[in-house]
Design a protein around this ligand. Structure first.
Ligand code: HEC
Length: 165
């Protein structure tokens, strides 16, 4: 598997983009990261991420699943902030490995190996968070698990984009 560091390098324009959007929203994050280059629009003329070639239905499915994952992350954080481990566990379990079982084989076959590896890891991480929350693991450790899982979201987003054909 490619290292995260290399991926971060490949995805360079997108980190600053987040900072740029936050700045546009008046949040003043300019100095949050030392050495962050100035944002110029020509950095965004091309999207160099690898295309996942999908049909319209498959794209809509993948994006729906992504939004569901964001909802699951929100539920995990809300549960942790309230020390409600039942909430953490039930939010996480929605996006566990069973969620991937519904993807048709013909669609899976279109996905690059690295994409599938990261997708599987993410679903497994959701399962692990769900089990750990029910097993009385500390909020700190659960937060660490969630943060580590988000690194996989970040790596995949830096690497792939969807292209409809
Ligand atoms: C295996 C790769 C992969 C993983 C892992 C992954 N994503 Fe995504 N995600 C994508 C791709 C590809 C897109 C579409 C990007 C594009 O076409 O510009 C996307 C888009 C999204 C979107 C936008 C949805 C929309 O309606 O436009 C959200 C939100 C999102 N991801 C959340 C997450 C979260 C949260 C995680 C981790 C818990 C995650 N993703 C993990 C690949 C991934």
């Amino acid at each position: 598997m490619m290292s995260l560091l290399r991926l971060r390098g490949r995805g360079r324009p997108f980190g600053p983009m987040v900072a740029g959007l936050a700045l546009a929203a008046g949040m003043g994050v300019a100095s949050a990261q030392e050495g962050t280059p100035a944002i110029t629009m020509d950095m965004f003329e091309t999207d160099s991420r690898a295309p996942l070639v999908l049909n319209e239905t498959e794209k809509n499915y993948v994006l729906w699943e992504m939004r569901e994952m964001l909802i699951a992350v929100q539920g995990i954080l809300e549960g942790l902030s309230n020390e409600d481990m039942e909430r953490v566990s039930s939010a996480a379990t929605v996006m566990g490995t069973h969620a991937a079982d519904q993807v048709p084989a013909v669609t899976v076959a279109k996905l690059p190996l690295q994409f599938r590896v990261w997708a599987t890891e993410t679903h497994e991480d959701f399962d692990a968070i769900s089990i750990a929350a029910r097993s009385g693991e500390s909020p700190d450790m659960l937060m660490f698990r969630a943060s580590s899982m988000l690194n996989t979201c970040i790596a995949c987003h830096a690497t792939y984009r969807i292209k409809v054909e």
